[in-house]
Design a protein around this ligand. Structure first.
Ligand SMILES: Nc1ncnc2c1ncn2[C@@H]1O[C@H](COP(=O)(O)OP(=O)(O)O)[C@@H](O)[C@H]1O
Ligand SMILES: [Mg+2]
Length: 381
């Protein structure tokens, strides 16, 4: 028989000991781990361990049990939840079952725990809604002003337009984020509010934090003010991103400029990082040092040359040779077009050459055939 992985989160020491004893004595092949830290780290552990079952003390949930169980199911949809309480209380059993627990147990566990685990091991997963797993794409500017924010906004828009999927644009440039301004989505909430409320973050709270730019394109801006005391920890950022994956098909991050601490912290979790540079010497220098630092990232790291002049002093091939990597895309320069659109409070007019390049880039990222455009033009140059 295959082994059952069980995670225990039981605050009541007496109950925890009884559960451990029963697990040890059970004839079912069980491997188990006890978790006695806080709720946020329990959710993190669930994501990593993906246990078959979680023995959850109903008293250890930080908020309402229904919210807690929804969070667990979002983070670990295949994990069965066995609600545990010190006594056999019908009211608590009913509340736990209504909240979505799969089983309810109380001590003594000798007779009840092993059969419950058998049921879990043998149950089919028909009731499990497969967790959607959105893709996370980050845009990072080789130095400020290269166009990371411009790309994040336009690519988010184009991805939604071309795939018709649910897209989130999240501003992680915490010190100088402009996404909310460019997308005209002023909000009282930011990504930091999601992070501060991780322990009670569920779909309804999330919907209250994000702003809809248009149907299926939502934005969560950077905070209006930011001090170093607000700096989120890597694990908090990871958890927030993992949550976003459960809510959206595409998550586009504006990561600000150069290899800052936020970009470094999310690197592991994101699926693709686009480094945006221009041909300016200082930008190329920044680009080269970031590429050098991330040499182990393979295909995850891609380079985009922005504001490419019509006549380049150096050929694309020469540039790729210097950087030791091929360019994913080269986007034309259209300062006036962007200036005029931003001044009138819009994204770039879709008839422009640059907007069509944004469309091609989004199609390449999404792996869909590019939408037909009226004008013919080359992707590079
Ligand atoms: N392809 C482009 N052609 C012309 N101007 C551009 C282009 N991309 C961005 N810009 C302009 O460059 C400036 C900096 O862009 P921004 O996206 O804010 O850069 P970053 O986020 O990397 O600091 C803005 O004024 C923007 O309108
Ligand atoms: Mg920016």
């Amino acid at each position: 028989m295959s082994s059952v992985k069980v995670l225990l989160s039981i605050k009541d020491e007496n109950v925890a000991r009884k559960a451990v004893d029963a697990l040890r004595e059970s004839s079912t092949n069980v491997s188990f781990e006890q978790h006695d830290s806080d709720w946020t780290s329990l959710l993190e552990r669930l994501v990593k361990l993906k246990p078959d079952a979680l023995l959850l003390d109903v008293g250890s949930a930080p908020t309402d049990l229904a919210v807690a169980i929804r969070q667990i199911k979002l983070q670990a949809p295949r994990t069965k939840i066995v609600a545990i309480h010190s006594v056999d209380d019908p009211k608590i059993i009913l509340a736990a079952m209504r909240a979505g627990a799969n089983e309810f147990l109380h001590p003594p566990f000798d007779e009840s725990l092993a059969p419950a685990l058998d049921r879990i091991l043998n149950s089919s997963d028909v009731d499990v809604v497969p967790s959607s797993r959105g893709k996370i794409i980050g845009f990072l500017s080789a130095k400020g002003g290269c166009g990371a924010t411009t790309l994040a906004c336009h690519i988010a828009w184009e991805l939604q337009n071309q795939t018709r999927k649910n897209v989130l644009l999240a501003d992680l440039d915490l010190t100088s984020g402009l996404v909310g301004f460019l997308m005209k989505t002023p909000s009282s909430y930011s990504i930091l509010d999601a992070i501060k409320n991780l322990s009670r973050l569920d779909d309804s709270l999330w919907k209250a934090l994000i702003v809809e730019h248009r149907p299926s394109l939502s934005v969560i801006p950077a905070p209006a003010t930011y001090t170093r005391w607000d700096h989120p920890e890597e694990s908090q950022l990871t958890q927030a991103l993992q949550f976003m994956r459960t809510q959206h098909d595409w998550i586009i991050l504006d990561l600000g400029r150069s290899m800052n601490s936020i970009a470094a912290a999310v690197l592991e979790e994101i699926d693709q990082l686009f480094l945006v540079s221009t041909l300016e010497v200082v930008a190329l220098h920044g680009l080269k040092s970031i590429v050098h630092g991330l040499f182990d990232q393979g295909e995850k790291l891609q380079l985009v040359l922005n504001r490419t002049p019509k006549m380049m002093d150096i050929s694309t091939q020469e540039l790729e040779k210097i950087l030791g990597r091929s360019l994913y895309a080269a986007l034309p320069n259209d300062y006036m077009g962007l200036y005029q659109s931003y001044s009138s409070g819009n994204l770039l007019n879709s008839n422009t050459r640059l907007a069509q390049h944004f469309g091609l880039l989004a199609a390449k990222i999404a792996g869909v055939p590019p939408m037909k455009s009226k004008k013919k033009f080359a992707f590079f140059g």
